[in-house]
Design a protein around this ligand. Structure first.
Ligand SMILES: C[S@@+](CC[C@H](N)C(=O)[O-])C[C@H]1O[C@@H](n2cnc3c(N)ncnc32)[C@H](O)[C@@H]1O
Length: 269
């Protein structure tokens, strides 16, 4: 665990200049390329399937960074809190929420030691975070502790497959011809297979419900052509994000989303 964690480079989240809301930054792709699919999927599951009413319900985002997903959670109508270990990211989150006119509580802390009492939240989101953390079992255990019985955990993460090594590591980070992420933003060994996550959720008093893959909206030759334009400086990240989106798919080889419900039987914890 420590060996793999020592290789990951989470420093982009701690930079003094805004990496989240500047359209020409890699993290802005979370807004342009990722938010549509994940927000759409979670809204379908929470509101259409589980019939959750956001007004009067408390939601927490674990690993909220600059608030790109948190703002959408607040727009859904939840009473929203975001937590992140990076004071710098939280500074930009607070500043941006003000300009968006949204009321969101932001706090500093890690998923491994959530500073909240047990059974506090109705819904917890943890997106693009689980593959970055030092101690995944502790994060899932903490999320279970602070979620109310019957509460919902919504997440997405990256699968550990040969294809994810090729695309999410080699193309995205290593091969300069196309790379659009810093070299060690992700470490392949820290990616999580869906079955591993299911097992961990079960161990932590969750009833796992569903996994749904995501894939790019374009074919790979087209993606490589666009990534090359970005790498050569002909395109910004904003240009890239306008063309390259993730969409729902049955293919879970690279990324997947899912949700799980905390069991009502609290004695089982
Ligand atoms: C890729 S960003 C995702 C931000 C946000 N969840 C989103 O999807 O827009 C990963 C975030 O995880 C945070 N993070 C890293 N280690 C963490 C930990 N142990 N507990 C909670 N958050 C963590 C980072 O500071 C960063 O803000």
């Amino acid at each position: 665990m420590r060996q793999n964690f020592n290789r990951i480079d989470n420093s982009i989240y701690h930079l003094e200049n805004d990496q989240w809301w500047q359209p020409d930054s890699v993290l802005y792709l979370l807004k342009t390329s990722m938010n549509p699919v994940r927000v759409g999927y979670f809204a379908k599951k929470l509101f259409n399937q589980l019939k959750i009413v956001p007004q009067g319900s408390a939601a927490l985002e674990v690993g909220c960074g600059g608030g790109i997903l948190c703002e959408e959670i607040a727009r859904m109508g939840f009473d929203t809190t975001g937590i992140d270990p990076s004071a710098q990211s939280l500074h930009f989150a607070v500043r941006h929420a003000k300009t968006s006119g949204l009321e969101i509580r932001y706090e500093k802390g890690t998923g491994e030691a959530l500073p909240f009492p047990e059974n506090t939240y109705d819904v917890i989101f943890c997106c693009d975070v689980l593959e970055h953390v030092y101690d995944l079992p502790s994060v899932i255990s903490e999320i279970s502790r602070v979620l109310k019985p019957g509460g919902v955990l919504c997440y997405d993460t990256i699968n550990r497959t040969f294809i994810s090594k090729m695309i999410a590591i080699n193309v995205a980070q290593r091969w300069k011809r196309w790379a659009f992420m810093p070299p060690n933003l992700h470490v392949w060994e820290m990616f999580i297979k869906p079955e591993e996550l299911k097992a961990l959720l079960k161990l932590n008093n969750f009833e796992w419900r569903e996994h749904q893959g995501t894939e790019p909206n374009l074919c790979y030759p087209q993606i490589l052509y666009y990534l090359r334009k970005r790498a050569k400086g002909e395109w910004t990240y904003e240009d890239l994000g306008e063309k390259l989106l993730l969409v729902e798919s049955t293919d879970m080889n690279i990324m997947y989303m899912g949700f799980a419900i905390k069991n009502n039987d609290v004695a089982a914890i």
